[in-house]
Design a protein around this ligand. Sequence first.
Ligand code: ATP
Length: 243
Amino acid sequence: MSEPAIEVEHLHKRYGDVVAVDDVSLRVEPGEVLGVLGANGAGKTTTVELIAGLRKPDRGRVRVLGLDPRRDRAAVRQVLGVQLQQAYLHHALTVAELVDLFASFYPDPRPAAELLDLVELGRQTRTRFEKLSGGQQQRLSIALALVGRPRVVILDELTTGLDPHARRRVWQGIEALRDETVVLVSHAMDEVERLCDRVVLIDAGRVVALGSPADLVRQAGTDGLEEAFVALTGRELAMEEDA
Ligand code: ATP
């Protein structure tokens, strides 16, 4: 078997008394799009932050293209793109300045115009981040994740808060990433069914099911993925908070 793009083994993370990630193991193959689904507080964001090396696991092992995201930080930064939460960004910089700043970290960045066209921010280049709408900030964070032509991309809440037109545009952009491996945290079943080869269902920090959308529907014996989610986790799907 070829080397996995992402390999996670027996990952554990707790915050005080809260067990956020409880013995998660999974493999993501090169070129695969993996969806991460779970109710609010299930541990999705913590899991992807551990994969990205943004948090330190209490136990367990993470490899991204064979690299340890905390030990091999510089090398991982060259191959991994992360849609950062906006708190990590400098709010006084303009769209163009942020794209240029991120581009400066990479030897062969995607052209700014191409990126901003993908997320339809070509007319906001001189706008400061803090003046963008929530949806525009979201779209910029996607562009920044892709600027370095990463081989592995982690997208958390890809299209939460975007209008239907912007969502479709972003989906087309993700579909155009043919060779890249993508991990996509999502609350939207239509998004997961359209984009993801496989889906991992997480509940209370544990993997409860892993397979293609069709596998999960078959396993649950339901009509659709949303019902399969409820049947397999016993919970309602997390709600979008700012849609
Ligand atoms: P959501 O869908 O609401 O974004 P999630 O599935 O991404 O949720 P996490 O954000 O990973 O879940 O949170 C998992 C658990 O860990 C939750 O109970 C959350 O309250 C807790 N948690 C997350 N981050 C912290 C933190 N920095 N300090 C303390 N507890 C935290």
